[in-house]
Design a protein around this ligand. Sequence first.
Ligand code: MAN
Length: 452
Amino acid sequence: MLKTLLVAAAAGAAAAAPAAGPRHLVGVPPSLAPSYSGATFRCLSDKAAAPIPIARVNDEFCDCADGSDEPGTSACAKGRLYCPQRGFRGKFVPSQLVNDGICDCCDGADEPAGKVSCKDTCAVDGEKYRKERAEAIQKAEEGARLRAELAKAGQAAAATRAARIAELKAQLAAATAAKEGAQKLVDAEEAKEAEVDAQRKAAAEKDGGRAAALAALGMTGLDKDGVVAVLLEHVKATNTGQQLADALKAKAAAGQLPGVATDFAPSWQEDPAAPAPFHSDAGNAARDKLSAARSEESRVQGELSSAEEEGKVDFGPDSAFFKLKGATLELKVNQYTYKAEPFGEAKQDFTSLGRFSGWGTKKDAAGAEVADYSAMKFSGGQSCWNGPQRSFTLHFSCGAKDELLSVQEDEKCVYSGRATTPAACDGKAARALQLELDGEGDALEPATRTEL
Ligand code: MAN
């Protein structure tokens, strides 16, 4: 199609003829023609100025401060000439370019004196322009469609999250109640155990610790002779008779014999007077239950906290950026591999360039500071030697894919990158492009619309 057009254009690119028609209409856009059609003319932006005869329009002499009396000559510094550029789109050029011997308009309308013969390339230029614009519109529309999907997903996730938070709050209340119930049970069982401990302690104190020592040795129930028999057998087997004799001698010297040794302390238990606390089966079961209830409570609390944290994140006005959470945008630049996780961390190899710290800001039309959803900030990264903590700004623009396109170190340890994502596409962009193509944008003349 383009090839055909080019061939057609090469054959048909006629030399543009200098503007025909009355002199006073040269360089006048169709929309302003009525102002230039009477016997007199009034400067366009100075209605108080006295009207001048129409013959003084385009007479190479500047009468109006706004240059409106000389649209087709270079007599006024502020003047501007309108090139219709049929087949393309009308445009204004500064009047200094009029008749300067250089073709500035594709139809040669800026050279009305015919000093130079301009080729009319408007058909080809127009076709190329329309093709590029159509592609740009298609891309913008596709981007807007993808963004709408992302926004839908982000909003659905937000709704699911809100429901989950409510559910988790209820679960947390139940888990806390279960934990408190289990705690009560433990308290009751432990009170019983403490009673047993107290009884044992009282009994141990009564016999000077003997019962506890025998219990620790597993010798409860043996009578005195039985204990002596075991002791002698052990002394024989371990060849510790001398030690026993020495001990007995020492005791005797201290006037503690005859009698029964009451300070017997097996080496594996330092203080037989304080035996291991008593743990009942019911107590153990209650403690297990409490420990399970505590883990459940902290699991629910953890999930709730992270859901609430996520709920606080600004995923954009329509939540379109939500889907970028968890993604990793990666690019190798020279010796480094950069990784940026939106809403997470940015890295240069293993060096942290900072964690997500919010969006950039900009001033809105009313001058108020608002979030700039095209700049994602990461800060508090690894400290730079003799410098700041590293930081990274990720600049998003509209694109069909999530892709990191470039990364640079703007100044020492201050990094920035460019990435595309459909989340940055703007539905309005497609419309603006369409309007521009339709000739409604810029300073275009509506008249050109019908000519396209
Ligand atoms: C490393 C990298 C560089 C940085 C220097 C600063 O080499 O992180 O990007 O400029 O440290 O010392």
